[in-house]
Design a protein around this ligand. Structure first.
Ligand SMILES: [Zn+2]
Length: 172
């Protein structure tokens, strides 16, 4: 019954998405890993995100649709083993109440494509401006445009490799 309610809830949101692909189309666009996390709200092994300790300046985009979600300015070291941000780029996220697994959590999804990103935890006592921890499942990093242009002049063949972070939202 819970699962049924959840499907109805999500289908309403899907209809309002700017990027609204079918599940088959997503399977073509995404890797199996990305599809599992973004479209099936899956989780990955803890500690597999390569950007956990990534501290270079840049913008973190949705792996599904390239929408900018977070900047490096809001990234902080939470010590939880996964990349954490204290705030998202305004308007980038859709927020849900997630009552799965016997818990009440705040789920975050990409507003543009509906991809599952992770959860937000509040009031944990981090010394950040918001005291929020956005624990994100699947994003990729891109350098700021200005920086990129400079780099392209220097090394025309260099192309920023965008890898996917797949991490598990902490339940602690
Ligand atoms: Zn997206």
């Amino acid at each position: 019954m819970l699962r049924f309610s959840r499907i109805i809830f999500n289908s309403k949101v899907v209809n309002n998405l700017k990027m609204n692909l079918s599940e088959d189309e997503w399977k073509v666009k995404l890797s199996p890993e990305q599809f599992h996390v973004l479209r099936q709200k899956g989780t990955e092994r803890a500690g597999t995100g390569q950007y956990n300790k990534h501290s270079e300046e840049g913008v973190y985009n949705c792996a599904g649709c390239e929408t900018p979600l977070y900047t490096s300015k809001s990234k902080f070291n939470s010590g939880c083993g996964w990349p954490a941000f204290f705030e998202a780029i305004p308007g980038a996220l859709t927020i849900f109440e997630d009552r799965s697994h016997g818990m009440v959590r705040t789920e975050i999804c990409c507003k543009n494509c509906g991809g599952h990103l992770g959860h937000v935890f509040k009031g944990e006592g981090y010394s950040t401006p918001t005291d929020e921890r956005h624990c994100v499942n699947s994003i990729k990093v891109e350098q700021p445009r200005q920086q990129k242009q400079q780099q392209q002049k220097q090394q025309q063949q260099q192309q920023q490799q965008c890898d996917v972070i797949v991490i598990v939202a902490s339940t602690n």
